[in-house]
Ligand binder design. Structure first.
Ligand SMILES: *Cc1c(COP(=O)(O)O)cnc(C)c1O
Length: 439
């Protein structure tokens, strides 16, 4: 392909992607759709500049306006998360976690975290699994004891484990809460005093649930005893892809240095502007949104159960967050079901469930799928639409209907949901392709 042909092809593919998402049901729990305001920030000249360091103490000139936006961003983050300190420079959730590892621990220290089938994230993972904490920062990872029935960390067993580790001279330095399969709050309140008494720092990884915490509808880690909270800015929050850290004031210095120069140079200033806009939107609309997200996730779970799906967390009402975990092993494996649904333009992801690794299952063919409703909720969908989504899923997974047939009905269903909600401005379509070149 010639250079020009490649060049043209890129635009064609991006447009096709936008078109596809405008007729699909996006159910990836870690994704959302940003407002036109955030998209506009990403096209600004901020993205072409350098501003290493802290506003007012930059290594580069040219930051007069950038500094002001970054200060607004930090102020908004403090307000939204009711925290003493905020740093919005981490370029992703993983980078935010790396900064916290650097601020609170040394290579060779121990960290407690959830295992992947129990909801943990690769950035909390062991070296032998190429997890960030182990591979990049040299941490040793021990897993939290986990209750499958309650679908959360087991408090009493965790206390025992910390005491045992102390006795063996392996006292953990860091307690990491939060995860990627995250149905119910983690016991920060129940464990924070105990952990602090044992010399541990506590970080809460709110990558997935930050938007729910912002809305006051999940848990409130900074009031439950966490030292810091890391997050992605783009999952249940509405920002561009990036990271944010909030913490107690006493950790501000350590975190600032760990972010720069420790883990960033350029910190993607157009994304900082986008994060600031998203935080303002969250302050204004976040509570209503978080409430609807949780209602939608519960409704979807209940409908799927009526159709015969196994949904985890039954004892506690399936979920208190934006996502649900569905055991699909009666109907196939998570990997092939993900593919069938994609052909029907229903986009979700396969998921290792608790017990899968012990049962010899591989992450390509796990027993579950994870379904999230952050994006459909932002498109204005409510409980009635969740019922319809459940029946589309049933038609593909249980009735084994031709996915292409279902895709037609999915596209029809999507016609009424082309604008995004919970935003100051929403004249531009949620998936409208905006061309600067009039292509
Ligand atoms: C998604 C996720 C991250 C990583 O965030 P990125 O912004 O993709 O780097 C970190 N921790 C948890 C628990 C996550 O789910």
């Amino acid at each position: 392909m010639s250079a020009k042909a490649s060049y043209d092809n890129i635009f064609k593919l991006m447009k096709e992607h936008h078109q596809w998402f405008s007729v699909s049901i996006p159910l990836i729990a870690s994704e959302n759709i940003p407002s036109a305001a955030v998209r506009e920030a990403l096209t600004s000249d901020f993205g072409n500049r350098y501003a290493e360091g802290w506003p007012g103490e930059r290594v580069y000139a040219g930051c007069v306006y950038i500094d002001q936006v970054e200060m607004i961003c930090n102020e908004l983050a403090k307000k939204v998360f009711r925290s003493e300190f905020a740093d919005c420079r981490a370029t992703s959730g993983v980078v935010a976690n790396l900064a916290v590892y650097a601020a609170f621990s040394h290579p060779g220290d121990y960290m407690l975290a959830a295992s992947i089938p129990n909801g943990g994230h690769i950035s909390h993972g062991k070296k032998e699994n190429f997890g960030t904490a182990g591979l990049v920062h040299g941490l040793n990872i021990e897993y939290y004891p986990f209750s499958r029935e309650e679908m959360t960390i087991d408090v009493d067993q965790t206390k025992k484990k910390i005491q045992e580790m102390a006795r063996d001279g392996r006292s953990p330095k860091l307690g990491m809460f939060g995860g990627s399969l995250f149905l119910f709050p983690h016991p920060v309140k129940e464990l924070s005093d105990f952990m602090h008494e044992h010399g541990m720092y506590i970080n809460y990884d709110g990558a997935h649930v930050a938007g729910l915490i912002a809305g006051g509808e999940f848990q409130d880690p900074m009031r439950e005893g966490a030292d810091s909270m890391t997050m992605s800015s783009h999952k249940t929050l509405w920002g561009p892809q990036g990271g944010i850290i909030v913490s107690l004031e006493k950790h501000a210095d350590a975190i600032k240095k760990a972010v720069f120069p420790g883990n960033t140079s350029c910190h993607h200033l157009h994304h900082v502007a986008g994060k600031a806009i998203a935080l303002a939107e969250s302050l204004q609309f976040g509570k209503d949104y978080a409430k609807q997200v949780i209602k939608n996730a519960r409704t979807l779970a209940e409908e799927l159960v009526k159709f015969g799906f196994g949904v985890l967390g039954e004892k506690r009402g399936y979920t208190a967050s934006h996502q649900i975990a569905v055991d699909v092993s009666k109907f196939g494996d998570g990997g092939s079901i993900e593919k069938d649904l994609e052909r029907a333009n229903i986009i979700l992801n396969r998921q290792l469930l608790p017990g899968d690794i012990k049962a010899g299952r591989h992450y390509m063919h796990p027993s579950g799928v994870r379904i999230g409703v952050p994006e459909t909720t932002r498109l204005g969908m409510k409980e009635g639409e969740m019922n319809e989504i459940a029946s589309f899923i049933k038609r593909v997974v249980i009735d084994k209907q031709d996915p292409q047939l279902v895709a037609k009905d999915v596209a029809d269903f999507r016609k009424q949901f082309q604008k995004l909600h919970y935003a100051f401005d929403n004249t531009i379509g949620a998936y409208e392709y905006i061309s600067l070149l009039n292509k």
